[in-house]
Design a protein around this ligand. Sequence first.
Ligand SMILES: Nc1ncnc2c1ncn2[C@@H]1O[C@H](COP(=O)(O)OP(=O)(O)OP(=O)(O)O)[C@@H](O)[C@H]1O
Ligand SMILES: [Mg+2]
Length: 602
Amino acid sequence: MLTLLRYGWRVARGSTVIVVALAVADAVAQALFTLTIGLVVAAVPAFLAGVTDRSAMVALFAAFAALFLLTKVLPPLQAASAHRLGNVAGLDVYLRMAGPMAGGARVAHVEDSVVLDQAERAAGTGGYQITWSLGQVPNLLGARLTVLSSAAVLGALTEWWIAAALVVLVLAAERWRVRFVRDEVAAWATSTESERKALYPFELALGDAPTELRVFGLKDWLVRRYLRFWTSAMDELWRSRRRGYLLGSAPLVLSVLVNAGAVAWVIVAAQSGRLGLAAVASSITAILAISGSGTPEIAALVARGVAAYRAMMELPAVIAERHPHPAGPAADLGRAPARQIRLERVGFRYPGSDRDVFTDLDLEIGAGEALGLVGVNGAGKTTLTKLIAGIYPPTSGRVLVDGVDLATLGPDDLARWQRQVAPIIQEFARYPLSLDDNVALGARRPLTDADRARIAERSGVADLLPDLAQGWDTVLDKEWTGGTDLSAGQWQRVALARALFAVDCGAKLLILDEPAAALDVRAEARLVDQYLNLTAGITSMIISHRFSVVRDADRICVLDGGRIVESGTHPELIMLGGRYATMFGLQAARYTSGPVNGSGDE
Ligand SMILES: Nc1ncnc2c1ncn2[C@@H]1O[C@H](COP(=O)(O)OP(=O)(O)OP(=O)(O)O)[C@@H](O)[C@H]1O
Ligand SMILES: [Mg+2]
């Protein structure tokens, strides 16, 4: 509980102070109420006998009513302040998760199952959320303070050892219950991969692939898959939880006996005249308050949140340890490439993979050069763009930008280089934002009217504008009011617009990975016509299986077997009569005379 209170203090000082102050006030009110009950009970016979006068009785009753009211008003206030604390903490949890996961200049950590499991534990799927537990902290704190204040009343009225015994019993019962939560947390920690597997069909069922889901009739498969993984994730956890609920509640029997003993002691003391009526009433109320404040289940909830909290706080260290990215010597690539990008004997294999994508790859791209890159599916074209953008460091060899080895750059310098890259990623993101935001995202300034006119014309977005009800402000997502969705080719134009605007805003390397895959013939022809104009004055890489798109590049490289096997202009490569010429011939023949016999991946 103290761990979560300290966390609350860090994220929402005001709310935490209010939570603690209300818990203290509640405990004090509870103790005074306990005493007042005794006084009221004792005063009634005296009042009936005419010993106590009316005004004293009214004052006593008013105090009783006020304290009663207070004990009813304080809990909802506590709940409200706990709720507020939970809300603020919810934001903080998001930032602490998104920071390490979405941060850094590289991506290997978000593909690492150990990191993903740690993040899953931090997110608290399966009932371990920090914010839930934080919401329970005021209840637990209030209960603890009430135990102490009621014990003080009981000790003062009866014997201190009785009060101490009851307090020890309550705390021991809580500790005993929390012990089982630790086993449960250990079981939960091993189930996160199954949980992540269950999450996939869950999200798919909620609408991630609505058409395929229906056409292939996947609903039952999804439900079965979800049940299988969720059950397997929860099986061990629930076995452990059941044990916790059953064995963890064992002290209840002892608690009934000890409380009955304490009440019996009070009755015996009353019979022997050692306790008056007021003391008897207050003592029994205090005994009930102490046992009623024993909250093992709340303690269990808080313990679960502490486990998620620890996982969250360890997340950055886990990432740093498994994917270190130390700050290297400072290098400013803020205006690069001014001379060239050079790959020297680059070898690369994806983390966790047993297959090399590149072996001994050498390539130089001069500043201002427009490079075309072709190769069969899986040849490594997209991977090459990731190495150049520094998203992955090579496994061997070096990627140099103006002579600076990207692998030696610290995270901030590498991020500065990445701001120089304007890409159409092959699997580009479709942001559920307005057209305007979709284009301006990632650039350094908002769009002006002149930008919109220019970019719309060059990217082909102009063709789709008449269909957008709110023009550039139309949200490109049907799930939003007034929103709409685009066709694949229309989205591709938006992605091109985004990359072109990033170049307008200063990016120096344009990467177009399959920019024409979904374009219609007219749009592709326009892209080809504009290509030299779009890439004038900057360095660029264009990747496409459509040879018409790459043929105007200053130089074309063929990637095969993990290295560059051919390099030259389109006429040079045709003359060479190698792989490029074969692939080009195959595609051209298909266009001119329909299907041809023979194999070809292009
Ligand atoms: N994140 C990844 N983890 C492990 N292997 C990967 C990953 N991404 C790609 N690969 C593998 O790396 C190889 C190169 O993939 P890449 O995407 O670079 O090919 P490509 O030339 O762009 O192909 P395409 O023409 O289909 O776009 C493939 O064998 C692929 O299976
Ligand atoms: Mg690719």
